[in-house]
Ligand binder design. Structure first.
Ligand code: NCD
Length: 332
């Protein structure tokens, strides 16, 4: 099969028009997705995954390796579970790289090539603090790489599960007004989701953030002409108009570890706290999402509100990651 390729600054990765285009390929950024057709096929496959989970003889993938250089609960565990449900016989699970030769100073590319050679894993699932770690990984190894979060820039599988959740909740991915609240500077999930919404028709995104945490210009430029974008610090003005509110955590660990960095974190960390009182001003048919983890930016009482779907996002993440892995392994 000839797979169309997009040339990035550093890596050659497949352009994805159909699910079949994923076979044997890496998935490292949303920009690989050519259009809504690919998403429809992936979502239809994810819809089938509860049946696959029941099927004890499922054998869609043989093996996979998780390389998580950064902490993770949902992404790590759902990928691990997804490999298991798809029937993988061999799963290499580096949950933190502290016990590998990374601790002895081994280079990133040597570590990846070594895991590729020693395990013959069918897919490498990578999370790393470097914005371009996935592109570097694709250059270092032949094995397909899935980007499970790279630095502050990309979280393309989170975007898939977020879009799948919006699609399930609202029935479409067009004409949506998404209000994203919190840390746009450090948050990678919202950057990838914004790219994905730009594939739809007539979508709008309002970024609500303190000035110092606003969406970087380079990211805004990639959205230009594809999705309507507004930026504000005024949350109140958005409460009545959002179809989907996408709350995010202020990412303490990505502030400089200096007195000035800590002072800035303390200044902005409580800028937007979602309480039942704030939720009252949202439309009854709005939805509240969050990639989690949360710190204190959504009060626990909001969890019971029918608009809160952040726990549903997690199960959707398992289903969509199963569909993604199955497509990489089988092309279907
Ligand atoms: C996010 C991440 O790692 O980017 N979490 C996730 O994968 N669900 C968000 C965060 O860390 O705040």
């Amino acid at each position: 099969m000839v797979v169309p390729v997009i040339e990035n600054d550093v890596a050659r990765v497949a352009e994805l028009h159909t699910l079949a285009d994923l076979k044997g390929q890496s998935y490292i950024r949303v920009a690989q997705i050519a259009g809504a057709h690919f998403l429809r096929e992936l979502f239809a496959s994810a819809d089938q995954m509860p049946d696959v989970m029941e099927d004890r003889s499922a054998a869609f993938i043989n093996s996979g390796a998780l390389l998580f250089y950064e902490p993770s609960t949902r992404t790590h565990d759902s990928f691990l579970a997804a490999l298991g449900y798809l029937g993988a016989r061999v799963i290499i699970d580096h949950d933190g790289m502290g016990n590998t030769s990374v601790a002895k100073g081994e280079s990133f590319s040597d570590t990846l090539r070594s895991i590729e050679e020693t395990t013959a894993a069918e897919v490498l699932i990578l999370r790393h603090s470097d914005d371009f770690s996935s592109e570097k990984a694709v250059e270092a190894v032949e094995t397909p790489v899935i980007n499970a979060g790279s630095g502050k820039l990309h979280h393309p599988t989170q975007a898939l599960l977020d879009a799948y959740t919006i699609y399930k909740e609202l029935g479409e991915l067009n004409g949506i007004h998404l209000v994203a609240v919190g840390d746009m500077l450090h948050g990678r999930t919202i950057k990838s989701l914004a790219q994905l919404l730009a594939l739809g028709e007539g979508n709008s995104i309002t970024f609500v953030a303190p000035e110092s945490l606003s969406m970087p210009d380079e990211v805004l430029q990639t959205l230009e002409g594809r999705v309507r974008v507004h930026q504000t610090t005024d949350l109140e003005a958005t409460l009545g108009i959002g179809d989907v509110f996408y709350w995010t955590r202020v990412q303490k660990e990505r502030f400089p570890d200096t007195d000035a960095g800590r002072a800035e974190y303390n200044r902005v960390k409580d800028s937007y706290i979602l309480t039942p009182d704030v939720v009252r001003y949202m439309r009854r048919d709005a939805r509240i999402m969050h990639p989690l983890p949360r710190v204190n930016e959504i009060h626990r009482e909001v969890d019971k509100d029918h608009r809160a779907v952040y726990f549903d996002q997690m199960r959707n993440g398992l289903l969509i990651r199963m569909a993604l892995l199955k497509a990489i392994a089988t092309g279907t």
